[in-house]
Design a protein around this ligand. Structure first.
Ligand SMILES: *Cc1c(COP(=O)(O)O)cnc(C)c1O
Length: 422
């Protein structure tokens, strides 16, 4: 396979999913449907009164955790001047500036912590779904949660979203961090009272150790980024929110107005959950592409070989090292690979230096500051309407080649909002 040669050689490449199939809105995928996304959305809403009190920065929006959907015309013009050739509208989903976590992890990680908090309190007869959850912001609840520990393996941002939320609820929290994690992320967590355990090895090792430690303690919950459904469906709620934002901007999504998403990918949970949600809402009219660093293309590898989580980037001689720490993952989630088979459109890989270039330009031209990982999606703009790449076949096959002028492209900026200036 040519694609494997490209991956092995650390070249930028494009992979198109031959198994993407027709789905209708709200169709069940592998038994999972709209109800799961809706349930996650409802849980976020029940906890709004607690979020508003625990994180005063969310008070202006009454505890809603949301980010802007921004038109980035200057950036589009610059990309086109450099050869991109995009004719439709270009938007940025600014999840770097989601409150609390400063990254897309606010959707997945916070949702799973809230699910644990809700379940434990309900089992103890302390909380009912019809109550105002503002009562959770109290010493009584903090004392209750302090009997439990939440643990997670993280390259940084998942630890921040889970660590901050769980610590403010009152849980004891341990974050197992891989060697890729940036120092400022560890310091931020320690300042919130979170225990940070550092590993020499990569992300998979941090996860494996965290899982083992958690299993030894019956009052410990392990948040498993490689398998978790609560993370996945938390991420999926983004689709419901963005659909409202698009409507408010009078941007249609239908067979004459296709929507393209470019989603930075690590283990696959965030882009996978987002893809699930958008296809639940828009069926075939949304086209989701994942973006990975050339040294850590774990999901592309798992999907292209059909091996899912049974193959890792080290197996093909890559070292997994990248400055895009949010994407520095060597082995994809098996659950996500299975779910994405009928849903995702494809993926592409990106050199770190190009991400750095786009990061700088986004700050310069749009005044938006994000981390390196958040910029991987910009490559999609250079490929999607380029006659010379495999995308041209894709557009014809999906019967959208004639509608590209009415298309909307969303580059998902996944993190960096809490990044220190230095
Ligand atoms: C975690 C993360 C991603 C990717 O999410 P996965 O669930 O690991 O695929 C992308 N960008 C940033 C900044 C992240 O922190």
């Amino acid at each position: 396979m040519d694609i494997l040669d490209d991956l092995r050689n650390g070249e930028e490449t494009v992979w198109l999913n031959p198994d993407r199939r027709h789905v209708v809105p709200r169709e069940k995928i592998d038994g999972y449907g709209f109800a799961r996304m809706k349930a996650a959305q409802m849980r976020f809403m029940r906890f709004m009164p607690w979020v508003e009190k625990a994180f005063p920065e969310t008070a202006a929006r009454k505890g809603v955790i949301e980010s802007g959907l921004l038109e980035i015309t200057n950036m589009k013009d610059r990309m086109n001047a450099e050869g991109a050739g995009v004719t439709g509208r270009v938007l940025l989903k600014d999840d770097a500036h989601l409150p609390i976590a400063g990254s897309v992890k606010a959707r997945g990680g916070i949702h799973e912590v809230l699910a644990i908090a809700e379940k434990t309190a309900q089992n103890a007869d302390m909380l009912w779904p019809t109550e105002n959850y503002g009562k959770v912001y109290s010493d009584a609840f903090r004392e209750f949660y302090s009997r439990y520990t939440i643990q997670v393996g993280s390259t940084g941002n998942l630890g921040i979203s889970i660590g901050r939320t769980a610590a403010r609820l009152g849980f004891k929290v341990t974050v197992h961090m891989s060697s890729d994690a940036k120092e400022w992320k560890k310091e931020l967590l320690r300042s919130e009272g979170v225990t940070v355990v550092e590993y020499e090895g990569d992300y998979s090792e941090a996860v494996a150790n965290g899982r083992k430690q958690s299993e030894m303690d019956e009052n410990s919950f392990f948040i498993d980024d490689e398998n978790s459904e609560d993370l996945f469906f938390g991420y999926s709620t983004a689709a419901m929110r963005v659909s409202v934002q698009l409507r408010k901007m009078n941007i249609p999504v239908d067979s004459k107005h296709p929507l393209f998403l470019y989603l930075p990918c690590g283990v696959g949970g965030a882009p996978g959950g987002i893809t699930f949600g958008f296809r639940q809402l828009y069926g075939d009219n949304v086209h989701c592409f994942f973006a990975e660093p050339v040294q850590a293309p774990c999901l592309t590898l798992g999907m292209a070989t059909g091996k899912g989580a049974d193959i890792c980037v080290q197996d093909i001689g890559l070292d997994g090292r990248t400055n895009a720490d949010g994407l520095a993952v060597g082995r994809p989630s098996g659950f996500v690979c299975r779910m994405m088979k009928p849903l995702m459109s494809g993926s592409f890989t990106v050199f770190d230096e190009r991400m750095a270039d786009w990061q700088e330009k986004l700050r310069e031209l749009e005044g938006i500051s994000v981390e390196l990982s958040a910029c991987a999606g910009f490559r999609g703009l250079f490929e999607v309407e380029n006659e010379g790449t495999a995308f041209a076949d894709y557009l014809r096959r999906e019967k959208v080649a004639e509608t590209m002028e009415q298309a909307t492209h969303i580059v998902w900026a996944t993190g960096g909002g809490l990044m220190p200036d230095a």
